[in-house]
Design a protein around this ligand. Structure first.
Ligand code: T5A
Length: 224
């Protein structure tokens, strides 16, 4: 069985395509680095050699047929490896873990979006993660049409970016329903606000949370 995590802080960023997660994670990392808070940054799918290969198959080969259940299982395999190899060890060292997407993405994309049974997703996710849940999840909420237009400026669409707008609307609703169900963990942010405004809001929440937990060796005080 997995050891219980008693230290560290697990932060995830979620949201529809192009919501601004990568931008805000970079801003948060600057603040954590400036405040000398031990941290790592990772992402899903990916974050390990296995996860990187799965990412290639599941996202970047959009013409390869992959049905919804195997798609979810591939994300889950990447997640299981990431949790065991990267996330739990970092939390056990007392570090902040910042992860670009996690299990909520499966519930939103493969559950609300593709229509897979929520109970099945929860059962397999529990097996893949040993029940590890983020302490704090920032949901950058955005009209998917706006997010897809932002993402489109980057070149060829991946498998998910190719899905139609109604799929992405279900994904957005799925995320909002998850946030509604777990208000203590989720912070829903308006993804149309400026990057600077969002970064300030996010840092203020993280700094406040850091003040309530003991992070890393020698990090007894909350950052300014
Ligand atoms: N997936 C993933 C599943 O289906 N199931 C799962 O279980 C998991 C884990 C991952 C895909 O995998 C799917 C979901 C996804 O489709 P990805 O390549 O990692 O794909 O991409 P995304 O996570 O979707 O991230 P994106 O890079 O598309 O978007 P971000 O990171 O949310 O947005 P970002 O920061 O790159 O910004 C996009 C553009 O918008 C601008 C940026 O400059 C950039 O040009 N921007 C803003 N513009 C205006 N205002 C702001 N506040 C802005 N913030 C950023």
């Amino acid at each position: 069985m997995n050891e219980p995590v008693s230290r560290g802080l697990f932060i995830t960023f979620e949201g529809p395509e192009g919501a601004g997660k990568t931008t805000q994670i970079a801003r948060l990392v600057e603040r954590l680095t400036g405040a000398e808070v031990a941290h790592i940054v990772t992402r899903e799918p990916g974050g390990t050699p296995l996860g990187t290969r799965i990412r290639q198959v599941v996202l970047l080969e959009p013409d390869l047929p992959v049905d919804p259940l195997p798609e979810f299982l591939l994300y889950s395999a990447s997640r299981a490896q990431l949790v065991g190899q990267i996330i739990r060890p970092a939390l056990a060292r007392g570090e902040v873990v910042v992860c670009d997407r996690y299990a909520d993405s499966s519930l939103a994309y493969q559950g609300a979006g593709r229509g897979l049974d929520a109970g099945l997703l929860a059962q397999i996710t529990h097996a893949a993660t040993g029940g590890l849940q983020p302490d704090l999840t920032f949901l950058l909420d955005l009209d998917p049409a706006v997010g897809l237009a932002r993402a489109a400026t980057r070149g060829e669409p991946d498998r998910l970016e190719r899905a139609d707008l109604s799929f992405h609307q279900r994904v957005r609703e799925g995320f909002l329903a998850l946030a509604h169900g777990e208000p203590a963990r989720f912070r829903v942010m308006d993804g149309t606000r400026s990057p600077d405004e969002l970064a300030e809001q996010i840092w203020s929440t993280v700094a406040e949370t850091l003040g309530t937990v003991q992070i890393g060796a020698g990090q007894a005080e909350a950052p300014a």
